[in-house]
Design a protein around this ligand. Structure first.
Ligand SMILES: Cc1cc2nc3c(=O)[nH]c(=O)nc-3n(C[C@H](O)[C@H](O)[C@H](O)COP(=O)(O)O)c2cc1C
Length: 298
């Protein structure tokens, strides 16, 4: 399956069959972890949680939107050091796992952790690192397109939310129907922030496919907090910051965006790599936006 098809198929699975992974799929998952991209100084660890069904009820109130835990046969606790760099790599590597697990029809969902010490104790994780997030995974109960979960205009959307136990959900994003992904032209600028790139321009640069892929990336509350500024030799990734959203979550969203955009670029034939240090831009940014990574073409 090509990268775009995979990303189109991907959605968060919030209900799972009461069934552990088969031995074959366990081997597949183990192999994935062995082949995970090697990032210097990423320092991210995947800690496997075998007995999801037994432990999930004890995590109620401690993890998940509104403390509403998603029950799954297994979880990974993603451990990392405090600090934005590590948080970004959690997003990047966690989402790499999610996309690759999907190739084997294993569904998954990111879960925020609200009370890290309590969850660490419960999962008996004895590490100086923090739990940046959990990833639930297993065989999804039913196929539904949860990207439409947040869409007020989508049939069944509100009932889906209620079924899933989010009767009072209030999404944080405020631009348009929240479930839908933003149009490319809403989040891509040319040369400086605020100068919108047209689709024609992006097509001429050969970047339209990469951005089409990028817009499918998942994010916390489906905020899609990313923005790009395209230059001749490099592309800046800018994210929206918010006092209301934990730093760790903002870092994970940035890392997920880095993975998606890189896969999209590679798929379109562009090489290069991300720089995450000493990021400076020579144009003005709004107060609530900052550059978090720069893609430099090889
Ligand atoms: C860092 C992060 C944390 C998330 N935490 C939760 C969570 O606690 N509960 C939940 O139901 N979904 C959670 N999600 C899933 C998002 O709501 C979901 O990815 C987004 O709405 C887009 O939908 P999709 O994944 O189906 O495309 C989280 C996603 C991210 C990136």
């Amino acid at each position: 399956m090509n990268a775009l098809k995979l990303a189109e198929k991907r959605h968060s699975s919030r209900e799972y069959k009461h069934k552990k992974l088969t031995d074959e799929d366990r081997r597949y998952v183990n192999d994935l972890l062995l082949n995970i991209p090697k990032i210097n100084n990423a320092n991210v660890e995947f800690s496997f949680v075998e007995d999801g069904w037994d432990l999930a009820p004890h995590m109620e109130g401690l993890a998940g939107y509104f403390g509403h835990m998603i029950t799954a046969p297994h979880y990974f606790a993603l451990l990392c050091e405090e600090g934005e760099t590590c948080h970004k790599w959690v997003g990047y590597l966690g989402e790499w796992f999610i996309l690759n697990a999907l190739k084997q029809s294993i569904g998954s969902c990111w879960i925020e952790v609200k009370d890290v010490p309590a969850v660490k104790q419960l999962l008996q994780i004895d590490s100086p690192k923090t739990i940046a997030a959990l990833i639930a995974f297993g065989y999804p109960k039913k196929e539904f397109h949860s990207s439409s979960l947040y869409s007020p205009s989508h049939p069944n959307s509100l009932s889906s939310l209620t079924d899933l136990g989010y009767p009072n959900i209030e999404a944080i994003s405020n631009e348009g129907p929240i479930s839908s992904r933003k149009a490319i032209t809403e989040f891509v600028d040319h040369l400086k922030y605020g100068d919108k790139a047209s689709l024609e321009e992006l097509e001429q640069l050969g970047l339209h496919r990469a951005f089409f892929y990028m817009r499918l990336a998942p994010s916390y509350h489906n905020r899609q907090p990313w923005h790009f500024v395209v230059h001749g030799h490099a592309i800046d990734l800018i994210v929206e910051t918010s006092e209301d959203i934990p730093r760790v979550i903002q870092g994970i969203d940035a890392g997920i965006a880095m993975l998606y955009f890189q896969v999209g670029l590679n798929d379109a034939g562009f090489g290069g790599h991300w720089h995450t240090d000493q990021l400076e831009v020579d144009y003005e940014l709004p107060q609530n936006k900052r550059v978090v990574a720069k893609w430099v073409y090889a």
